[in-house]
Design a binder for this molecule. Structure first.
Ligand SMILES: N[C@@H](CCC(=O)N[C@@H](CS)C(=O)NCC(=O)O)C(=O)O
Length: 206
């Protein structure tokens, strides 16, 4: 098997969730940094990989795939022989999908957007992002009161999708202090064999 190529930016939480699953599943990968500040994601060459001009994108042999959650589904479906990270049983799969939708919805509109505003000066509404994030964290905290991971007793790609922008919420001016179950869950994810963190922000992308 040739290494999977992951086009990413080191400060992109969407790209980090893919890097995290690659590492948890011990899938050999080569990381290629895309310089978002220089506009490398809007060149014809990169747009041929992802017409939306966004990271992450992976290349796996002759497969080119964009969108972080789609990539998680693909990697788990193709490479996780245990089937635990993306269960096939209809209700279990639906429970995972619920959180993937939240990751593309409230997580993106809340903590990820707050971070874009605070770190990268994006001209968006910080108050609204905080409002969305606080509602999200309250729901996550409740879900995690009765189970160690978002969909049950073992981790799935739902936890991978939700991890990064939750862990980095303080970079967007959000406090995780009121959400003890969320903080305990972050520690559990960080203790998984193969966990890799995203670097804390200094300079870079979004
Ligand atoms: N829905 C996409 C969102 C990816 C995304 O927003 N990527 C950001 C970096 S975190 C990006 O490439 N932004 C550059 C741009 O949109 O021009 C996914 O889940 O992969």
């Amino acid at each position: 098997m040739t290494d999977i190529v992951l086009y990413r930016n080191p400060l992109s939480g969407h790209a980090h969730r893919v890097e995290l699953l690659l590492s948890l599943l011990e899938i050999p990968a080569r990381l290629v940094d895309v310089d978002l500040r220089a506009g490398a994601h809007k060149t014809p060459e990169f747009l041929s990989k992802n017409p939306f001009g966004q990271v992450p994108v992976i290349e796996d042999g002759d497969v080119t795939l964009a969108d972080s959650n789609a990539i998680l589904v693909y990697l788990a479906g193709r490479y996780d022989r245990s089937g635990a990270w993306y269960p096939r049983e209809p209700l279990a799969a639906a429970r995972v999908q619920q959180w993937l939708s939240v990751a593309a919805g409230q997580l993106a509109a809340g903590p990820a957007t707050a971070r874009l505003i605070k770190l990268f000066g994006r001209g968006l509404d910080h108050g609204r992002a905080v409002w969305v994030a606080e509602q999200l964290f309250a729901v996550m905290d409740q879900a995690l009161a009765s189970q160690p991971f978002l969909t049950g007793p073992t981790p799935t790609i739902a936890d991978v999708a939700m991890y990064t922008y939750t862990a980095h919420a303080p970079e967007g001016g959000l406090s995780l202090e009121p959400y003890g179950n969320v903080r305990a869950w972050l520690v559990r994810v960080e203790a998984l064999p193969g966990f890799v963190p995203m670097q804390r922000a200094g300079a870079g992308a979004g």
